[in-house]
Design a binder for this molecule. Structure first.
Ligand code: GN1
Ligand code: MG
Length: 356
């Protein structure tokens, strides 16, 4: 694939030097473009079998970043991503063979983490993701498309799981039989947030919906500076962002660690993240607050459920490196829920402690 040629379909005045693939994401293909002079760029091919409405998705991302930029211009609290338009004035370039591409400037001297190693990073990530929800609260949610319909709807994910189970090979069902049983046991508990959302008890907001720690950029002093990967920014509930962040920040192991004894819950990082997150929020309803701790379990579960579903579907959705990769990911997530259960009372107390 000719990365250089695609790069030159966008409006910039830079000379291409190298294009190196970044392999952390499970869905899109991402390249760091180094140029003769800074800024460098991030070129990304959007997976259009996952994101069916690529132009709607670009519209969401541009609208939200413009909104955030107008806020942060005054406070200088955080940075935002800048999308570069194409030569024909769109934000997305469609290449006949290779698909849909978008280009962003790379924030100089920034870095990201796959795992959190100290409480400062957890608190910084909390402030950043809390600020994201807080500063997008005045965007009219109807202006945004659902880039993946029903993305975090548990009922929908259970229906997908049931279909996968019907079509799965005997071999894959057998090897994952413990996990299948566990999913069914947790079903009722895990549908709680869906119920509260459907009855309007939990309000809809603009949410990021993919707040894993690798989607927070930090500067060289480990200060969080920008939330990235805005593909799933759309209407949601605050619990999606809190819970998904806790899932990746408060584990002591990678998402696909096979040695489950290493998957333990880090309460100190939970405390730091919660402190940061709540300090950035000017408003949270009582019922939203009451279910924050619980959302950690729900978001960890929904990821495990989707990974298990993909395993039963013979790995058609997430990028995988070996046969049981998705199953190992799912087992890891379910172990993390057990660990959260051990600390659940403390998790709830910590939310109360940091509510203003
Ligand atoms: C996917 O590819 P990436 O890192 O953006 C997934 C998230 C999961 C995550 C698990 C669109 O995110 O929902 O939390 O993998 N994104 C999509 O690591 O499905
Ligand atoms: Mg993503």
């Amino acid at each position: 694939m000719n990365i250089e040629k695609i790069f030159h379909q966008f409006q910039h005045h830079s000379s291409f030097v190298t294009g190196e693939e970044l392999t952390s994401g499970h869905i899109n293909d991402t390249y760091l473009i180094k140029t003769q002079q800074k800024p460098y760029y991030i070129l990304q091919r959007i997976n259009s079998s996952v994101f069916k409405d690529v132009y709607g998705l670009m519209n969401n991302k541009v609208l939200v970043t413009k909104h955030l930029r107008s806020k942060y211009n005054n406070t200088k609290e955080y940075q935002t991503i800048t999308f570069i338009p194409t030569l024909d004035q769109h934000y997305c370039y469609k290449d006949e063979k290779e698909g849909y591409w978008n280009l962003m400037t790379f924030i100089d001297d920034s870095k990201s983490f796959e795992r959190v190693t100290n409480r400062n990073l957890a608190k910084e990530a909390g402030k950043l993701f809390g600020s994201f929800v807080n500063n997008t609260h005045d965007i009219d949610v109807d202006q945004l498309v659902e880039t993946i319909p029903n993305f975090h709807h548990m009922k929908f994910r259970f229906a997908e799981f049931d279909t996968a189970l019907k079509n799965a090979s005997e071999e894959r069902k057998l090897v994952s039989s413990d996990e299948i049983r566990r999913v069914n046991l947790l079903k009722e508990e895990m549908l709680t947030l869906d119920g509260l959302t459907e009855t309007g008890q939990i309000p809809t907001r603009v949410t990021h919906n993919d707040t894993k720690i690798s989607n927070a950029l930090f500067d060289k002093n480990d200060k969080a500076i920008c939330a990235i990967d805005l593909d799933t920014v759309m209407p949601g509930i605050i619990h999606y962002d809190f819970g998904d962040a806790i899932r990746t920040i408060c584990t002591n192991a990678d998402e696909d660690e096979k040695d489950l004894s290493k998957v333990t819950f880090n309460l100190e990082f939970y405390k730091a993240f919660t402190e940061g997150f709540l300090s950035s929020l000017t408003h949270i309803t009582e019922i939203e607050a009451n279910y924050l701790a619980f959302s950690s379990k729900v978001m960890t579960f929904i990821m495990g459920l989707r990974m298990l579903t993909d395993f039963l579907n013979n790995d058609v959705y997430y990028k995988t490196k070996y046969d049981t990769h998705n199953l190992d990911r799912a087992r890891n997530q379910f172990k993390l829920i057990e660990e959260m259960n051990l600390h659940f009372n403390q998790m709830q107390m910590i939310v109360k402690e940091y509510l203003k």
